[in-house]
Ligand binder design. Structure first.
Ligand SMILES: Nc1ncnc2c1ncn2[C@@H]1O[C@H](COP(=O)(O)OP(=O)(O)OP(=O)(O)O)[C@@H](O)[C@H]1O
Length: 258
């Protein structure tokens, strides 16, 4: 397997017409670890995710993945570096089958252009077969293989979230970014998704960056936690450390931190 680079976020600042959504935020995701970014509503978590995945441009600061500077890269080029993400609001094509959604997730890895694939050249057919096999493996791992021929829109919400995770894994990421993977799920679905995230990390050895509101889940899964509040980083540490940090407790006043 290719080495997993460090993700280094340094002094990242994002301004939206006078509003400072991120204010000189720094943190490092060490290779193979699960790093969570948490914070109250409006703290800047999604903004941070959007900059890391190339959707938003930083006003200043930098993001490096190993030696590569991805601060100003497009989402497409960030994906090509081996960084895949899921979205808080599912980014799947509801009318397409699970298999086709997952094949779209492998797009960056496909060498065959549309013309050659359309002409059904032997090399194109061999490549397609290889990708379909890998899609099946990933669907199996994530527990949605029995849904491969069903349109995504017809699946229960919990399964759609799993397909979303499978789609991100289809890009063969070295860093997987999960944006609220258990949002909208019931307690059983949450537990099962948490177990799946642990398995993904153990099986693939990749780094995971997680934004999540479910504090119980963050505290159980994360190796390290960065806490944002009003765009500023107020703490970084182990789950146990940040839970006892007075500033974190203040930021979450009225919200549960365990
Ligand atoms: N595209 C945008 N244009 C203007 N302001 C924005 C934009 N995106 C985010 N913001 C603002 O930036 C701040 C941080 O928002 P962000 O969505 O990053 O927070 P968050 O921590 O993800 O919140 P939540 O937990 O509610 O999802 C908020 O004040 C938000 O209104």
């Amino acid at each position: 397997m290719t080495a997993i680079p460090e993700l280094v976020v340094k002094d990242l600042t994002v301004r939206f017409a006078g509003l400072v959504a991120l204010d000189s935020v720094s943190f490092t995701v060490h290779p193979g670890t699960l790093h969570a970014v948490i914070g109250p509503n409006g703290a800047g978590k999604s903004t941070c995710f959007n900059v890391l995945s190339g959707v938003y441009k930083a006003t200043s600061g930098s993001v490096h993945f190993g030696r590569r500077d991805l601060t100003t890269m497009s989402p497409h080029r960030v994906g090509a570096l081996g960084i895949s993400r899921t979205f808080q609001n599912l980014a799947l094509s509801a009318a397409l089958t699970v298999e086709d959604n997952l094949l779209l997730g492998r797009h960056r890895l496909m060498k065959t252009g549309i013309v050659r694939a359309g002409l059904r050249w032997p090399t194109a057919l061999r490549e397609e077969k290889k990708h379909r096999e890998r899609v099946r493996e990933i669907a199996d791992f994530v527990g949605v293989a029995h849904h491969l021929n069903i349109p995504v829109g017809g699946l229960p919400y919990g399964d759609q979230k799993r397909v979303e995770l499978a789609r991100a894994l289809c890009g063969e990421p070295r860093l997987l970014m999960l944006d609220e993977p258990v949002a909208g799920m019931n307690a059983t679905e949450r537990l099962s998704m948490a177990g799946l995230i642990v398995s993904v990390r153990e099986a693939l050895g990749i780094s995971v960056l997680l934004v999540e509101h479910d504090m119980g889940m963050v505290m159980r899964l994360a190796d390290e936690v960065t806490v944002l509040d009003f765009g500023k980083r107020i703490a970084t540490g182990t789950p146990a450390e940040v839970q006892e940090n007075p500033e974190v407790l203040r930021a979450y006043l009225g919200e549960e931190v365990s």
